[in-house]
Write a new protein. Structure first.
Length: 145
């Protein structure tokens, strides 16, 4: 079950029993390149452009790194590792909440919102990592790197 809270027009969810303290923290070199590749791999898996099997994901991760002029490293603490990228995508897809929505998720979806009151109007827009395409917008997933 998810816990949902609304904070001044922003809805946040915590799924099931997954709490930050319970999710394994990895010792990896975090950088923009890693985040970009993770986002692109997740998008390609959700659209069916790239298969989610380990071998295909590893080949695609290496190809994307090469396109950015980055050599993959064996040790994820020292740089971007194709192996670690694949493990992260695989773990994410296996999360029960993601697995249950996977085939309804539309990646890289534009979202808009607004809060209008007597004092001011606030309009926002952005790109969500993925949204639930089940008829009406109920779930937005943002992949955090």
């Amino acid at each position: 079950m998810s816990e949902i809270a609304q904070l001044e027009g922003i809805v946040t969810c915590t799924f099931g029993s997954h709490k930050a303290s319970e999710i394994e923290r990895l010792d990896v070199a975090v950088c923009a390149t890693r985040g970009t590749i993770l986002q692109k791999l997740m998008e390609e898996v959700l659209t069916g452009e790239t298969s989610d099997d380990t071998k295909t994901l590893a080949q695609r991760a290496t190809e994307l790194l090469s396109q950015l002029g980055v050599a993959p490293t064996a040790d994820p603490r020292l740089g971007t590792s194709s192996t670690e990228l694949v493990e992260t995508i695989t773990r994410t897809l296996r999360l029960p909440e993601v697995a249950s929505l996977r085939f309804r998720l539309v990646p890289e979806h534009t979202v808009y919102g607004g809060l209008i009151n007597a004092d001011s109007d606030v309009l926002v827009s952005g790109i969500a990592g993925a949204v639930d395409s089940g008829g009406k917008l109920e779930v937005i997933v943002e992949w955090k790197k």
